[in-house]
Write a protein that binds this ligand. Sequence first.
Ligand code: ATP
Length: 598
Amino acid sequence: MSEALMSDDHPRAGAAAPRRANRARRFLRNPQAVISALVLVLIGGAVLLAPLLSTGDPDAAELSKAFAAAEPGHPLGFDSAGRDVWSRLLHGGRNTLGGALIALAVALSIGVPGGLVAGYYGKWFDALANWVGNFVMALPAMVVLLASRAILGPTMWVLMVVLGVLVAPSFFRLVRGIVANVRGELYVDAARVSGLRDRRIIARHVLVVVRAPIIIQTALVAGIAISLQAGLEFLGIGSGDLPTWGAMLNEAFQNVQRSPMFMAWPGLALGITSAALVLLASALRDVLEDGDAKPPKLRAARRARVVTPATPDDDRPRASLLSVRDLAVSYGAGASAVDVVHGVDLDVAEGEVVGLVGQSGSGKSQTAFSVLGILPEGGRVSRGSILLAGTEVVGLSEKGYRALRGDVVAYVPQEPMTNLDPAFTIGSQLVEPMRLRLRLSRKAAAERALELLRQVEIVDPRRVFHAYPHQISGGMAQRVLIAGAMSCDPRLLIADEPTTALDVTVQAEVLELLRRLQAERGLGVLLVTHNLGVVADLCDRVAVMNAGRIVETGSTEQVLAHPGHPYTRTLIDAVLDDAPARPAWVAPRTDDGTEVPA
Ligand SMILES: Nc1ncnc2c1ncn2[C@@H]1O[C@H](COP(=O)(O)OP(=O)(O)OP(=O)(O)O)[C@@H](O)[C@H]1O
């Protein structure tokens, strides 16, 4: 392995410290964030400590003190009913902020899970939830609240639940949109192939991406909820018996001629709280979103869609690890359906390395994805049978697949970087599937992960274990993915162009590593590649694929030395190894023999 890639001073390795610390630092360096958060903490603290900070009962009226000026213990004076304004302001804040919190809690608990499920699974739930969300958003909030008040009675808390339902679609839409994008990321597919359940993938890999936007949206919606709640109370349609900032505004408004200052206190409290929330939301956007490098999007969403029931074939070699018969993969439905793989037969036995070769677009990846159950959106196995260690996987449920992934079949993908979740350390991404599949404790899984990193020849396993994907090189990332693929001791490894994204020296090292691991563990390997050099180097047998069909199969030696099919001959002729070497470059010289400067 290249020392430059392994050393700590590699540019990627020297990148920023873990992003959580980065975010905290960015937050503390942002004056708008700090000041607005401080203001909110002060307001929240004051209303929470209302019984300690105020002198009396907020509802205790003493008519003789109506409109009386400030006095010791009553710094803001008395209202029209002789009640202490300071007490009412603090206790009113409790009710106003408490109401907004209820609305937020309802909106979050409907909008976030709804958006996660709709964005991740799509299908009918997405269509239905979208329709309901659009319908709720189209409703005029104030009219619905007035109607609710008429039907449900003048209870502010109930109205806040209704308000929560009305603002839930804003969270739903936000989360759904982000999740629908994330579910197509390769690291989500990689997590599925490593055997993680959907619930776990959503909690670990998807929720983390929506966390920051949800926090920002929460701050914004909190401001809106406070204003709406105060608006209702101001109009006199909340709970008239509770002190709230809106009710105080209402009362002050009725006496504005007599004492205009009474408008100021609840007005200021509402204004400062709402402004602080909006400023905090905008500062959080800078802190949480702008500073994070977004993972590049390389492929559209891919979902397994397998429909045809298995049609077992009696002449298959039963001892084989993988036995594919008459596999067809189609996109689209009905008359517009297009077959991209036509009747492929393929076998991999225990300890055997089989190369699946062919030019780009010949259907190699579609065949491999069919075996793994991760065909892209719209793709389906339309015919044939795939036996994985004796289990028919055509038509198999996600649950059935989970039982096979990790310890029967594992996958090494083409693009190492996009198959690692940028939000988690390498260690945590290795540990998680082992805890689930092998039921190891966190400590035992971490020890095994370190051992695996050593086995894939990572020089400083401990540093890599604690590093984030952006802190390691592409070659190291591929080694990490190979370690991950080996983590649950699979019997079959499917490697899809595992070295294509790497530079030439690293390619050789990764191939050498695969060769060693295969020999040590007696793995069956299906190596998808367009590179005949790699095939000659690693494979026992080779299947040549062209235009969705296997055109020739045989031992590597036989196929490469005596190709039987014209397409195989074209592939071999395209390898430039036998072409005459280009003559060395000679600098042009003038007649007297001096070199012409470039
Ligand atoms: N999502 C998709 N929708 C429709 N057709 C697709 C989709 N993905 C792939 N195909 C088609 O399937 C065929 C085989 O593609 P596949 O990715 O298996 O090729 P490949 O041999 O693996 O090539 P490469 O080495 O470039 O990945 C191609 O003709 C491609 O256009």
